[in-house]
Design a protein around this ligand. Structure first.
Ligand code: ADP
Ligand code: MG
Length: 240
């Protein structure tokens, strides 16, 4: 589904991604772990071209998206992204947040978009919040709405950048539960997280990044029970 070849990203002199090569197949839940500043967010942002790679190639569903001639907006419709800071529109209701892109970008009729939105709200257990504004919601509820908003575009892959890092501890579980359900439904997911429990339980593959490279990868068991690279061992010793 996504083929990443020799991907590099520089910010001026700072060489942040130093040759990433990965193949993500349909239905996989790829968990990316690694120390702060290792390039995890930059990699996710390159995948949907929020950052333009300095060199290398990304092919998504057969289309070379790093080729500037291709339509970035079409690509973004197919990749949902969820950030640490929920990024909901504060002056729009929950329902409007979820229906805005389907109506304006996909030209779906308002009542059809609302039908889809209510289905998603049912799925995350927040139908009763349809007419609330983001500042009337808890952090966990905001993040579940942000996930529903991304799903409203029927993406083929969901990218998550530390979706639970800004939450109070008691709200982490409800967001992870929504993500687990999504994974169970077969969604292709790329998840940057420090939630090692989630990585072990839901991840089909774990990538450990350090200093702009994937230095070790494998199944959750391989990475967590039998890490080989000293830098992976060192990192896990600090977080587990
Ligand atoms: P991680 O998500 O693993 O913590 P990031 O991808 O956010 O790491 O950042 C990797 C490095 O790139 C850091 O040194 C960070 O300061 C730098 N960086 C990220 N985004 C930018 C940017 N837009 N401009 C300049 N430097 C950046
Ligand atoms: Mg980050």
């Amino acid at each position: 589904m996504i083929q990443i070849s020799d991907l590099h990203k520089k910010f001026g002199e700072l060489h942040v991604l130093k040759g990433i090569n990965e193949h993500i197949t349909q239905g996989e839940v790829v968990v990316i772990i690694g120390p702060s500043g290792s390039g995890k967010s930059t990699l996710l942002r390159c995948l949907n071209l929020l950052e333009h790679p300095t060199s290398g190639e990304i092919v998504f569903e057969g289309i070379t998206i790093t080729d500037q001639r291709n339509d970035i907006n079409k690509l973004r419709e197919k990749m949902g992204m969820v950030f640490q800071q929920f990024n909901l529109f504060p002056h729009k209701t929950v329902l409007e947040n979820i229906t805005l892109a389907p109506i304006n970008v996909k030209n779906i009729k308002k009542d059809e978009a609302e039908k889809i939105a209510f289905k998603l709200l049912d799925r995350i257990g927040l139908r009763d919040k349809a007419n609330s504004y983001p500042n009337q919601l808890s952090g966990g509820q905001k993040q579940r709405i942000a996930i529903a908003r991304a799903l409203a575009m029927s993406p083929d892959v969901m990218l998550f950048d530390e979706p639970t890092s800004a939450l109070d501890p008691e709200m982490v579980g409800e967001v992870l539960d929504v993500m687990k359900e999504l994974a169970g439904d077969g969604m292709t997911m790329v998840v940057v997280t420090h939630e090692m429990g989630f990585a072990k339980e839901v991840g089909t593959r774990v990538l450990f990044m350090d200093e702009g490279k994937v230095v070790e990868k494998g199944s959750p068991e391989e990475i967590f029970c039998n890490p080989k690279n000293p830098r992976t061992k060192d990192f896990l010793a600090k977080v587990l």
